[in-house]
Design a binder for this molecule. Structure first.
Ligand code: HSE
Length: 324
């Protein structure tokens, strides 16, 4: 049994970017860290407020995903030690489960000397997580345009424009992806499908060419956001008016409830936009946390520098041990 410890840093992700339902994702500079090593018995330690309530036995997602990797590689290793810390809030539409799955895949693969390629890990991540946009963004960083036919996922990574910044507005309530998908209809009108195909295509073209001005025309959705609006009071007004308040475009982040605005990093309207969004949620009596984030260019990576790792910080980002 080898005694090395693998540490992986994995970015959060936002999915859909409006019209690109289950198709377009972007990595964000908000992270989960996972540490994994072989052990005589299975042990898990979860650190920080964001991981409250997550199981620490063999039903833990990280454990189960790691076992899938070992099994596929023909390695028998039932016991591992896992430590995890996350700045990504759970069930808020910022890809926390994709980051956990991707982190488990990358860590387990590294622990057994990399039998699987990045593309194989992407296939595994998508088949577990079902959303290639979240999984791809956390694995590869940048902007991911992807599809998944239930058997195979394809993707192209697009380098985000260096002027892009992101305002994430995170309501203080959770919204399970399942609940947010259950409000979606089984069928859509042909004209709504055409609306989304055209806007999603235009958005991808705008992102590929760095045409930030086009985003406000492209970042419109008729497929999922209208159906989800009742779950996020205030969303319709915010999405309709964000551009007037300085956003390049705005959307529901993944299945929500977080809202996301793309902003030019040099915009002098950033404070006004943030205030506008906060006021709208205040009208609805919803508390929110705002985060200014950047697109994360790097995907999940094995990190060796102990000092870059929050388990070893005292104070600032280290929020205390939750379970052992
Ligand atoms: N594309 C998915 C959805 C994201 O909107 O339901 C889930 O993380």
């Amino acid at each position: 049994m080898n005694s090395k410890t693998i540490r992986v840093k994995i970015p959060a992700s936002t999915a859909n970017l409006g019209p690109g339902f289950d198709t377009i994702g972007m990595a964000l500079d908000l992270y989960t860290w996972i540490e994994m090593s072989f052990s005589d018995e299975t042990k898990m330690k979860l650190f920080g407020d964001n991981l409250k309530g997550i199981p620490t036995d063999k039903s833990n997602l990280i454990y189960k995903v790691a076992q899938k990797v070992f099994h596929k590689a023909g390695v028998e290793q039932p016991n591992i030690e896992i430590r995890m810390y996350s700045d990504i809030p759970l069930t808020r539409g910022l890809g926390s489960s994709a980051s956990a799955i991707v982190g488990a895949l990358v860590a387990a693969n590294a622990l057994i000397e990399y039998p699987f390629s990045d593309n194989e890990l992407f296939q595994m991540a998508t088949s577990i997580e079902n959303h290639p946009d979240n999984a791809g963004a956390s694995l590869f960083g940048g902007i991911i345009v992807a599809n998944w036919d239930g058997e195979r996922a394809e993707y192209i990574r697009v380098e985000p424009n260096s002027h892009l910044e992101v305002l994430a507005v995170i309501p203080d309530f959770e919204l399970a992806t399942e609940k947010s998908r259950n409000v979606l209809p089984d069928q859509v009108l042909f004209k709504d499908a055409v609306f989304n195909v055209s806007h999603s295509s235009l958005l991808v073209a705008a992102l590929c060419t760095g045409n930030l001005e086009l985003i406000k025309h492209a970042m419109k959705d008729g497929l999922h956001q209208p159906h989800r609006a009742s779950l996020i009071p205030g969303m319709n007004t915010i999405l309709a008016q964000a551009v007037q308040h300085g956003a390049l475009g705005a959307a529901l982040s993944g299945a929500g409830p977080t809202l996301l605005a793309l902003v030019h990093k040099n915009s002098n309207e950033k404070k006004g936009l943030e205030q506008f969004v906060m006021n709208q949620f205040k009208i609805e009596n919803i508390k929110v946390k705002t985060l200014w984030l950047k697109p994360c260019l790097k995907g999940a990576q094995v990190v060796s520098d102990e000092l870059s790792h929050p388990f070893h910080h005292q104070g600032t980002s280290f929020k205390g041990e939750l379970k052992s």
